[in-house]
Write a protein that binds this ligand. Sequence first.
Ligand code: FE
Ligand code: FE
Ligand code: ZN
Length: 279
Amino acid sequence: MLTAGCHLSSSKGYLAMGKDAVKINANIFQFFTRNPRGGNAKAIKPADVEAFLAFAAGHGIERILAHAPYTLNACSADPKLRDFAERTMADDLLRMEYTPGNCYNFHPGCHVGQGAEAGIGFIAGMLNRILKPEQSTTVLLETMAGKGSEIGGRFEELRAILDQVELSSHMGVCLDTCHVWDGGYDIVEHLDQVVEEFDRIIGLSRLRAIHLNDSQNPLGAHKDRHAKIGEGFIGKDALIRVINHPALCHLPFYLETPNELEGYGRELALLRENYHPGL
Ligand code: FE
Ligand code: FE
Ligand code: ZN
């Protein structure tokens, strides 16, 4: 069965997200750990988490993916901003242990003029301080569109981060189809080659999640504007090839398309209709 879901609002807590997921026939979902612009997180309510875990077990929700606020910049030139990113992510990782064994995804950040190498060093340094041997959460680096000075637009940059992290077994990668397309990886005409390149540089065993999005911009645009499935430059057929690809079909697919719950439900139904791996 296809493991698929979408990004859900976390404002009403875990159980409410589980119920939203079930409404649209999702067996996974993604959520922001706190306001996506950063700042304080609401206190976790243990009763809510407990109710969610029971609900998830009873409704086939297999896993969840937490997403860090996208404004955090672990490789900023400003030490105050780096410190804020580190404290926020360290706190998020503590909170993740309420729902053990899941993944936490973050954007590597923008090096803003210092150069990618310096930025990569800051990101790895932070991870080496906040990762704990005993944690059950896997931290994912997201592939990025390479907008401005964004790190992660090339697979080599994610490899360089992984190489500098000591507790590397707690690390993985989340591939965003809109971002890699915008970054110049042609998943429409050359999906096999892109998958091979990912495997050669990062290793497919690191790939733990896919963000399934169409793109409002052409190949290599370095923009990062998501589109609904079939309404962008990647197109429905290419995204259906992604979910059916033999090296990818077992992965969890998360929609981050511009949709309300109903629209997500329609896209998930479309994906499920067209899921025929191994055909
Ligand atoms: Fe993201
Ligand atoms: Fe994404
Ligand atoms: Zn994006």
